[in-house]
Write a protein that binds this ligand. Structure first.
Ligand SMILES: *Cc1c(COP(=O)(O)O)cnc(C)c1O
Length: 449
């Protein structure tokens, strides 16, 4: 069963969960003064409209018409009942997913890329510089910049640059310039390469490089594909659509599940439902799923930490493994970030959402079952959600409960075939993050809260 919406049923406003949170997220702090950052601190990097959204407490923020028009290229996205997966599992749980892989980048990231490119264009910016880990964000921003006539420059984590060469190609087809990071184009990159010429890079390093370039030119801005409040805000179109779709079939989820890298696709599908609950509406459980090798939610420290490895960004109040955390070469590239967004972190601290960490072999097995039954090869990140969905369905059956489960199929895995190859050939292993290593890197979290 598929539930479609018409274009005129697309949300007209984003949903801002901050309006409904009892404990508001703590403010980001200036990296040097350690005082809350003001709009003037962020102005060299972001357009004023996004800075306003970053601190907004309004419950709804209008989606500009040109953004909605660009969304209409691939939105509304379908809500699908995974009946063949249910059958294969022999479960009486009802499993639904929102499919975000139909967007031009193949992932949910296009939802915020389009909005960010639009607001930058409105303020006269000519070029946007960014980083990308697995490549989805760089692809999304390249496409979005092409929609609004902006230049786009992308620092791509070296490990993925080598592992996923076609991600670079697709970014270039959309008109972007792509550099492997660490590069010799920035002070940060040069310093890292002098320490380790073969560095595979990290998202933290790539962010530092992009910020460094953007800060040098007035007409050049920076954009982030996750973590920040305004990014999570833009993703709420996913959950808002899902609510309308469930209304059409007279149903409602008991559990909402999504993988968590920085928190944007999880927020996108879950926040509208969590908000409903905060306003006294129906209760749900929202579960963020992270890889066991990068377990910031389940094993990290809640405190102020930098968003990047060089310490250029504001200090963010978040669950973090420390800004120097170097994740092992795990294939779900989009889940390797060291911290979780301030909003997701605060909600977890307040026990309004849940978190679990899963090993990669279980996730790949779940992804292959999904591909065989439902016919879509999921992004390895999405496999984390699917594995948890299977656990929830089994738990419901064992408890004799009827459970309706919704998850975000946040992207397809067509650029991740080398990871699937490795899995099929038995080359992947589970990975237990060492307690000592964890302690060492988590000491980088500046103030524990
Ligand atoms: C980027 C990405 C993620 C992780 O980032 P979030 O901000 O947590 O959503 C997960 N899945 C896919 C497909 C991605 O592209």
């Amino acid at each position: 069963m598929k539930v479609y919406l018409n274009k005129d049923e697309m949300p007209t406003h984003y949903y801002n969960i901050v309006a409904d949170m009892l404990n508001k997220p703590l403010p980001p702090l200036h990296p040097q003064t350690k005082q809350p950052v003001g709009p003037q601190d962020l102005a060299p990097l972001f357009p004023m409209e996004l800075i306003k959204q970053e601190v907004s407490r309004d419950p709804y923020i209008e989606i500009p018409e040109p953004v909605r028009e660009a969304y209409a290229i691939y939105r509304p996205s379908p809500l699908v009942r995974a009946e063949r997966l249910e059958k294969a599992l022999g479960t009486s749980a009802k499993i639904f997913y929102k499919y975000e892989g139909g967007s031009p980048s193949g992932s949910h990231k296009t939802n915020t890329a389009i909005a960010q490119a639009y607001y930058n264009k409105q303020e006269g910016v000519k070029k946007i510089v960014t980083e990308t880990g697995a490549g989805q964000w760089g692809t999304a921003l390249s496409f979005a910049c092409a929609q609004f006539g902006l230049e786009c420059e992308v620092f791509m984590v070296r490990g993925s640059y080598d592992q996923k060469p076609y991600r670079k190609s697709i970014m270039e087809t959309f008109g972007a310039r792509v550099h492997p990071s660490p590069s010799n184009l920035t002070q940060t990159g040069i310093a890292k390469l002098s320490q380790d010429p073969d560095s595979l890079g990290s998202l933290g390093i790539a962010i530092s490089e992009a910020v460094e370039v953007a800060a040098q030119d007035e007409k050049t801005h920076y954009a982030l594909g996750s973590v920040l409040n305004h990014v999570l805000l833009h993703q709420t179109v996913i959950g808002l659509e899902a609510q309308k779709q469930f209304e059409k079939i007279n149903s409602y989820p008991d559990v909402v599940i999504a993988p968590l890298g920085g928190g944007s696709n999880f927020a996108g599908i879950a926040f509208p439902f969590v908000g409903e609950m905060l306003r006294g509406g129906r209760k749900i459980r929202a579960i963020a799923v992270e890889p066991a090798s990068c377990p910031k939610l389940t094993r990290g420290v809640f405190g102020y930490d930098f968003g990047d490895s060089a310490g250029f960004t504001p200090l963010l109040p978040m669950y973090s493994l420390g800004h120097d955390f170097m994740p092992p070469g795990l294939h779900a590239g989009g889940l390797r970030y060291h911290g979780a967004s301030a909003l997701c972190s605060q909600l977890l601290k307040d026990e309004l959402i849940e978190a679990v960490a899963l090993q990669q072999l279980e996730c790949f097995r779940a992804g292959l079952l999904f591909a065989k039954t439902e016919g879509i090869l999921p992004a390895p990140e999405a496999n984390h959600a699917i594995a948890q969905v299977i656990r929830e369905a089994k738990a419901a059956d064992e408890a004799g409960e009827q459970r309706t489960i919704l998850f975000n199929l946040c992207g397809h895995g067509h650029f991740d075939l080398s990871a699937y190859d490795d899995f099929i050939q038995g080359k992947l292993q589970d990975h237990q993050l060492d307690e000592e290593q964890l302690k060492l890197s988590a000491a980088g979290v500046l103030t524990e809260l």
